[in-house]
Design a protein around this ligand. Sequence first.
Ligand SMILES: Nc1ncnc2c1ncn2[C@@H]1O[C@H](COP(=O)(O)OP(=O)(O)OP(=O)(O)O)[C@@H](O)[C@H]1O
Ligand SMILES: [Mg+2]
Length: 442
Amino acid sequence: MADIIKVEHLSYVYNPGLPTAVTALDDVSFTVEEGDFVGIIGATGSGKSTLITHMNGLNKPTSGKIYIDGRDLWADPEKIRDFRFLTGLVFQYPEYQLFEETCYKDIAFGPKNMGLDEAEVDRRVHEAADFVGLDPALLERSPFELSGGQKRRVAVAGVMAMKPRILVLDEPAAGLDPEGRDDILSEVKEYHKKTGTTVLLVSHSMEDIAKYANRVLVMSNKKIAMYDTVEKVFARAPELLGLGLSVPQVTKIFLKLREMGVDYLYLNPIFEAHSNHRYNTADYLNVDPLLGTNEDFETLCKEAAKYGIGIVLDGVFSHTGSDSRYFNREGRYGEGGAYRDPNSPYRSWYDFDPKHEGGYRSWWGFETLPEVNEETPSFVEFITGEGGVIDTWLRRGAAGFRLDVADELPDDFIEKIRAAVKRGRINPLSPLPLAPKPQGAI
Ligand SMILES: Nc1ncnc2c1ncn2[C@@H]1O[C@H](COP(=O)(O)OP(=O)(O)OP(=O)(O)O)[C@@H](O)[C@H]1O
Ligand SMILES: [Mg+2]
């Protein structure tokens, strides 16, 4: 793809020639490909805001060149206005720039200035309001009657409504509560995905950058210290820390574990279960909501793999919970399940016989832990078959399984689990090849 931004040897001095002269950018060069989402980080005063105000001609380089979409921004200063529409700039605390009587008029201000007709302006206002999740009912209200987060949305929508090729945001989430941050940044991400607009996002939050950007530009002392993919930049955590920057929490933890020589992390059961014990599996295919989501697990595995650390799961396959989608004694999962429905597809997994207390065989007599028949073909297939439980977790990035009460499992079943893990290991989605096989794990 073509470079939408090309910056060559850009330097900028505030108050040049005066005793108060400050060099804010010193020989900065980089390019951005169209469609990229670039996170810009750097200590306070490192030059981030100065850099981005150059992207639409608000500041004129003291020396150096900026090309937007192949055109030299300052080739003809008379035409600088064109670039104001090509690059949309959202300043920090943009709500302070709202000034119209209604939100509608504020969002419409940019498109109107572009000389668009009323129908097109109207279409763009609604589309932009929709992108930032602004209730259309608020459009006729005064921006000053809105909450901080809503005002911010109006300001961002006003820039989006100009449909810039490049959207530049200076700390758009600053000062918002965690939920507000996530909302506004996810909306920007969604906008980026849907429109293909190039986005530059300045942020102090490494978590946000890791989550939303695909490239990171690190500013340090008026220069570019690093510019690479998110993975490659955060892998240089010690250098980032040296620049006074932090790294995402998860990166910090894995760095420490790596330093301690950890190759594998073994997690106690993480599957959905309705007790702290967690060996009473309720659903083999989902992470318990108390611990996170399946996506969180994938992120964890991906991050761990970067440090050559594998994530090993606990496989509890000799019994399930009675309170599970398979057995469903407690009725949490509707009317189906082996306990309630003799025709349930899970019925054959368990031994129903009045000779057992409670009417079914359970693990060491605990009625909350009905035992499964590990020879039942449908159970074996569910756990070890193509697309089964083992496959699913390996595809999500697990490196292997530690088997609970392996001594109680039939050899044949263990062999099938081993085969499933081996098959999964050659799955290209499994990060396992990065880490050596640990002693004793399957
Ligand atoms: N209007 C100005 N006049 C004079 N110097 C300025 C001006 N704005 C910024 N500077 C100086 O330029 C340098 C870069 O500032 P800039 O605002 O670009 O940093 P930043 O990385 O955006 O910082 P922050 O994270 O605090 O927003 C700093 O030394 C700053 O003091
Ligand atoms: Mg700044």
